[in-house]
Design a protein around this ligand. Structure first.
Ligand SMILES: Nc1ncnc2c1ncn2[C@@H]1O[C@H](COP(=O)(O)OP(=O)(O)OP(=O)(O)O)[C@@H](O)[C@H]1O
Ligand SMILES: [Mg+2]
Length: 221
């Protein structure tokens, strides 16, 4: 099993108040599967995705990623796992405002030790995959919402991660840009990637192999 989560909890501490965001969740995700996470606002979807993406650790419980107990990992080891295995598309894109499209996509490769020529080749290849071969010099503020989203996806793909996690990738897009993003995920699944998307969109959910429904920090279906 690629991902195995056992009775995880996430409790945020707000001063003296404890906010439980994930309550005793157990789940498994197979390699090369396409999974949707659905649920109301505030139900814990982003929190779960951040834990699966090694951006955060659970307060209690165990998370095994390819049989490694990553819930016990420290900050540096988590960063290393993320770099090697995970591409994350954030709910708010998280592109760097002062860098152009090309530089934003190239960024994860700067930590990889690849030479400039190889980096260029890889960036060009992922940009073709997401249908963005123009606008390379544009800053994020000079791009449309759909172009920003595709830039964020290209950045998540450039390290060739086996797992792609996306938080509401079509949330802010019109239906045409939304379906082009959906096609990209479908294609990635065919290429052997494992994909988990948080979505409110029934059309995306229909294309996935599994749907995890969560409510109030718990899996309900
Ligand atoms: N850093 C934080 N500190 C304290 N509470 C938090 C923090 N992040 C999230 N929460 C709380 O945890 C709960 C789950 O939040 P989460 O962001 O996972 O929800 P979500 O399902 O992604 O919602 P949305 O659909 O609105 O994005 C919410 O009640 C939220 O207020
Ligand atoms: Mg969210």
């Amino acid at each position: 099993m690629l991902i195995k989560v056992e009775k995880i909890e996430k409790i945020y501490q707000m001063g003296k108040v404890k906010v439980p965001a994930i309550r005793e969740m157990t789940l498994e995700i197979e390699k090369n599967s396409y999974t949707a996470i659905m649920g109301a606002s505030g139900s814990g979807k982003s929190t779960l995705l951040h834990i699966l993406g090694c951006l955060d650790t659970p307060t209690n419980g165990k998370y095994f990623l390819e049989d490694e107990l990553v819930s016990d990992f420290n900050f540096n080891k988590l960063a290393e796992i993320r770099n090697r295995k995970i591409g994350f598309v954030f709910q708010t894109f998280n592109l760097l405002a002062n860098m152009n499209l090309f530089e934003n996509v190239e960024l994860p490769l700067l930590y990889s030790g690849l030479g400039k020529k190889e980096r260029r080749k890889r960036v060009k290849r992922v940009l073709e995959q997401v249908g963005l071969s123009k606008r390379l010099k544009h800053k994020p503020s000079e791009l449309s919402g759909g172009e920003r989203q595709r830039t964020a996806i290209a950045r998540a793909l450039v390290n060739e991660p086996s797992i792609i996690l996306a938080d509401e990738p079509t949330g802010n897009l019109d239906s045409t840009s939304g379906s082009s993003i959906m096609n990209i995920f479908q294609y990635l699944k065919e290429q052997g990637h494992t994909i988990v998307v948080v979505t409110h969109d029934q059309n995306i959910a229909k294309m996935t192999d599994n749907i995890i429904k969560i409510s109030d920090g718990k899996i309900v279906d």
